[in-house]
Write a protein that binds this ligand. Structure first.
Ligand code: GCU
Length: 669
């Protein structure tokens, strides 16, 4: 597979060089008559790609949100001053002018190229084009130099779970939408002799690569990282005739693998604009063969970075632990802010006689700001037959609070509430019930608190526009820095905010709150436990790569795969370790050691090879050595269940036994 990929890139590089040789250095002036899709494509990266390649690009973007050809045409007829005009001048300076007419923008420069496009949801519907495009083109032609060329900006298909009414035009199918856009853009280009800027195909090529669906921020707009970058790459090649492959412009927050894929996919789209190309840029096949595990030396948890041995528990707690924690924070998860000053809680709903009278269900709003635009809806469930505050498991859920139980009293979010997450998959009541054996939990005297990961940060690479991150941007920033929090750190931060609330709830014994999670949320439970020592115990179920599996083994999921498939989970710095695990200043056993001396449960499943059960066991054994060094025996419990990737009552029994042993008998103190 690797060889195939190298071969593909070599061929592309050759084609690219062939173009470069014949290209002339010059200034190109391009005006887009568009909407938010042209904003995604030209208002960043494009000028910079040119600069890095000796081409000066002057850019104008006439923007009205969602603007269709019909509206552009009407604006031309009525000379309506409705546009935001973004201008990027020769020196790269960007200015925005409001209330501009098409006439003004067309007269602003001697444009070499003017581009047209249709509103994305109409792009594949030919009946929405005329007579508007014809009229608009006539209007433009009368106002630009005779030599001006006209290009068609091909829009892209939506993500499968987009919240956009226009997706229904294509039966809510990405493939149908893509095919329709291709058919129509081909027709339009032929009819008007437009050159095409095939961003729709470039994006679709990218989706077929290891970048997968990590292209849009809300299912239709491109994300600020690789999404916008590939659009600019496509524009660059289309308007300059020069290759983008190997272009040295490094865009912030787009990492090397993404850059390589985006350049190759844009380039292929230029060669083949109306259908996708298979570039062989797929995920490398996983290794499950012990004989193929690379040689490595595990970093010793009990040796300081300067090579000094840790000789006492005090030295661990005062020096080595803080040092290790800081490394994980800086290089893997990213630094999170503290408690927001405007945070407040509200009891939203209380059902005292749920589950046939066995439990009280509460839903609590944990609001992060005064405006209450961002909040966790925490579901708190406590047994009714127990006197006094109860020890409680706190874990994030995958499928919404209503997915945890069939109990009707749990609120179903309204569509508007989903919309704040952007893309969505509607929750289904009780869908994950088997993962939360409520009756067992309650009958053993435990409470359960849970919330949806969407509340803190929806789980896709939206370039950190839709979760809690935006509440904390300072100094004009709009993206976390390379050492600042990714999504897992944000979820863990959300766990701490939920614990802040639990400390105020008289039904909960907040000194006995257990951080629990499965899979990606098991990675999260670990980081929550490492960063917040108020958690009395930690449970990491089938957490695999980036959780309890040793990264250096590279069995099953690797750092290459996880960072490309989930670029948002870890911080920017973590990308340095792709195919470079030996450079890591730690490995995952040391993350587990950060939990010490609090009880820790780790679980694997026999068929969950993707998570590397052997690596998970190795990490827990290694972590146990630190516990023993600190004087605590039997506080790391590892079990492996027959079966696949899941968390079920069988696993919970281990967790509750461990909690009974340590939390119910005050030994944890
Ligand atoms: C994917 C991912 C894993 C993750 C899992 C999950 O399989 O590769 O890293 O643990 O999803 O969260 O279910």
């Amino acid at each position: 597979m690797k060889t195939l990929r190298t071969l593909c890139l070599a061929v592309l590089l050759f084609l690219g060089l062939a173009l470069t040789v014949s290209a002339q250095e010059k200034t190109i002036k391009v005006l887009a008559i568009g909407n938010s899709f042209s904003m995604d494509a030209v208002e960043q990266n494009l000028h910079e790609l040119g600069e890095a390649d000796g081409v000066n690009i002057i850019i104008g973007d006439m923007y009205i949100g969602g603007c269709s050809l019909e509206r552009h045409f009407n604006n031309s007829v009525n000379n309506t001053a409705d546009y935001q005009y973004c201008k990027i001048s020769a020196d790269g300076k960007k200015t925005y002018t409001q209330n501009v007419t098409l006439e003004t923008a067309l007269a602003d420069e001697q444009w070499d190229i003017v581009t047209f496009q249709q509103a994305s949801h109409y792009s594949g519907q030919i009946e929405t084009y005329e007579p508007y495009l014809k009229g608009l083109l006539k209007y433009v032609k009368a106002r630009v130099p005779a030599g001006t060329k006209f290009f068609w900006h091909q829009t892209w298909a939506y993500a499968p779970n987009v919240v956009h009414d226009g997706f229904a035009n294509y039966g809510c199918s990405q493939k149908t939408m893509y095919d329709a856009i291709m058919k129509v853009s081909k027709k339009i280009c032929a009819k008007y002799k437009f050159s095409v800027i095939p961003v729709g195909t470039a994006v679709q090529n990218l989706r077929g690569s290891y970048v997968e669906e990590n292209v849009t921020r809300d299912g239709f707009h491109l994300n600020h990282t690789v999404g916008r970058y590939i659009a600019a790459c496509t524009w660059y090649e289309a308007i300059t005739g020069r290759t983008v492959i190997g272009n040295s412009y490094v865009t912030p927050f787009v990492f090397h693998d993404q850059e390589v894929a985006a350049q190759a996919c844009a380039h292929a789209a230029i060669q083949n604009p109306f259908s996708t190309s298979d570039l062989g840029l797929t995920r490398p096949a996983p290794n499950y063969d012990e004989a193929m595990v690379p040689e490595f030396t595990l970093p010793d948890a009990l040796t300081m970075q300067n090579g000094e041995k840790v000789t006492s528990p005090e030295q661990w707690f005062n020096q080595r632990r803080p040092e290790l924690y800081a490394l994980f924070e800086k290089e893997m998860f990213g630094r999170a802010p503290g408690k927001p000053s405007e945070m407040h809680f509200k009891l939203l709903k209380q059902t005292p006689d749920a589950l046939g009278g066995k439990a009280t269900f509460k839903e609590v709003g944990i609001y992060f700001n005064k405006e209450e635009s961002q909040y966790i809806r925490l579901l708190v469930i406590v047994p009714n037959n127990v006197q006094g505050p109860v020890p409680t498991f706190l874990g994030i859920n995958f499928a919404g609070n209503m997915g945890v139980t069939l109990e009707e009293c749990v609120t179903e979010p309204e569509r508007a509430e989903y919309s704040r997450f952007g893309r969505y998959t509607p929750y289904v009541r009780g869908t994950n019930e088997r993962r939360w054996p409520l009756e067992d939990i309650l009958s053993r005297g435990y409470g359960l608190a849970t919330f949806s990961r969407d509340d803190v940060d929806p789980d896709w690479d939206d370039s950190f526009t839709n979760g809690v991150h935006k509440l904390f941007y300072k100094d004009g920033k709009s993206h976390p820095e390379a050492d600042e929090w990714g999504t897992i750190a944000a979820w863990a931060w959300g766990m701490s905010r939920a614990l802040d609330y639990l400390q105020t709830d008289p039904d909960i014994d907040a000194t006995k709150v257990i951080s629990i999670g499965h899979s990606r949320l098991g990675k999260t439970a670990l980081w929550a436990g490492a960063s917040d020592q108020r958690f009395a115990m930690v449970v990491s179920n089938d957490s695999g790569c980036g959780g309890t599996a040793i990264s250096r083994r590279a069995v099953g999921e690797t750092l290459e795969v996880i960072n490309n498939a989930f670029p948002h989970w870890f911080c920017g710095n973590f990308k340095k370790y792709i195919r470079n695990e030996n450079a890591l200043p730690f490995d995952q056993h040391e993350l587990l050691a950060l939990i010490a001396p609090r009880p820790l449960c780790v679980a694997s499943a026999t068929e969950d090879l993707w998570a590397d059960p052997t690596g998970e066991k190795m990490a827990s054994d290694e972590a146990e050595k630190v516990y023993e060094f600190l004087g605590y025996k039997d506080r790391v419990d590892y079990h492996v269940r027959e079966g696949g990737h899941d968390i079920v009552a069988f696993d919970w029994k281990f967790y509750m036994d461990m909690a009974d042993k340590y939390l119910k008998s005050d030994q944890a103190k």
